[in-house]
Write a protein that binds this ligand. Structure first.
Ligand SMILES: NC(=O)c1ccc[n+]([C@@H]2O[C@H](COP(=O)([O-])OP(=O)(O)OC[C@H]3O[C@@H](n4cnc5c(N)ncnc54)[C@H](OP(=O)(O)O)[C@@H]3O)[C@@H](O)[C@H]2O)c1
Length: 305
């Protein structure tokens, strides 16, 4: 699998990451198989959050790590904080508490990358900066980033922060493309022209901030996979056509479509199926032409101006 540099401070990773949101449903042995298989396919970044499976996903992952031959220092463990039961909380106290909880559940001394999960409008950026500096100085978190944030929110944080923000994790799939649509329909009156994220795609490129694409196979708000779904015949026919042409699966083509974008986007796939993970990893070797990329975009229901 090809490797990419995440953000601005030199950290390198396989270009596809594994999301562990669904790992709570596995046994430790099942999770160990999923982790070992992903590592063999070239994955080294594992994405968590304090809330996945109410903490169970991190716990199962740690139990599985006892059965995995890969070393902790060769892995990038990323987790998130800031979503609580029915509200968002970027207070200093909550960030620090959440990280302590994740460290304990993951049975590790440090988090490689800590992300703020979803914007808290009551955030005091100075408090976030204090929490990050404390975590950095104590060695409990090494790198920092955000998720679901727009450029102004990031700039606000940056005014106070000593540490770089290297990641912004955002929803992006062939069937969820608002950040791409707006840039293709500038100054037009129809819905795709609506800028819903304050130009986050262009901002990320200008600032070398890595976008991680969450739920790259889902349509709607995590409503289900669009691959093989009869509600989306056109995009599936096109995925199938290219899959046959390139000798990979339709899932691999859907990820290759994200990787083809020059913004250095890292898809975070959530499969817990080992064969599917191996198939998806093949996306790293797929070459999609500009024309093929746009054909997929149009087959997903988008029109070009
Ligand atoms: N930052 C945020 O706000 C946020 C929000 C949501 C998710 N995330 C992150 O993103 C990661 C991925 O999310 P996700 O699990 O919703 O993503 P996904 O990769 O889009 O979906 C994976 C799910 O779709 C199923 N699936 C069915 N057919 C599939 C196919 N042909 N190809 C691939 N998957 C298929 C998988 O089942 P099998 O397991 O059987 O393959 C799995 O349950 C999460 O683990 C989490 O780390 C972040």
């Amino acid at each position: 699998m090809k490797r990419i540099t995440l953000g601005t401070n030199g950290l390198k990773s396989g270009e596809i990451a594994l999301g562990c949101m669904r790992m709570n449903k596995l046994s430790a042995k099942g999770a160990a198989d999923v982790i070992s298989n992903a590592i063999e396919a070239g994955v080294d970044l594992f994405d968590h959050a304090d809330i996945y499976g109410k903490g169970m996903s991190e716990e199962v992952f740690a139990k599985a790590m006892d059965m995995v031959s890969a070393k902790r220092e060769d892995m990038i463990l990323q987790t998130k904080c800031g979503i609580r039961d029915g509200f968002f909380d970027f207070s200093r106290e909550h960030i620090l508490d959440s990280v302590e909880g994740s460290l304990k559940r993951l049975q590790t001394d440090y988090i490689d990358i800590l992300l703020l999960h979803r914007p808290d409008t009551l955030m005091d950026p100075e408090e976030v900066a204090e929490a990050f500096t404390k975590l950095k100085e104590s060695g409990k978190a090494r790198h920092f980033g955000v998720s679901n944030q727009n450029p102004s929110q990031i700039e606000l944080l940056k005014q106070y922060m000593k540490e770089d923000l290297i990641i912004n994790q955002l929803q992006l799939s062939l069937m969820h493309t608002p950040m791409i649509d707006a840039g293709l329909n500038v100054n037009m009156r129809h819905d795709p022209a609506t800028v819903r994220d304050n130009g986050v795609l262009e901002y990320s490129r200008l600032n070398n901030m890595t976008i991680q694409a969450w739920s790259p196979f889902q349509y709607g708000m995590i409503k289900g996979a669009f691959i093989g779904n009869d509600d989306f015949p056109e995009v599936n026919a096109k995925l199938q056509e290219f899959a046959e042409k390139k000798g990979v699966t339709d899932s691999a083509i859907a990820i290759a479509w994200i990787l083809r974008h020059p913004a250095n986007i890292q898809p975070v796939v959530g499969t817990m199926n080992t064969q599917r993970m191996r198939d998806i990893a093949e996306a790293s070797h797929v070459e999609l032409s500009r024309k093929e990329w746009y054909e997929l975009y149009k087959a997903a229901g988008n029109e070009l101006p």
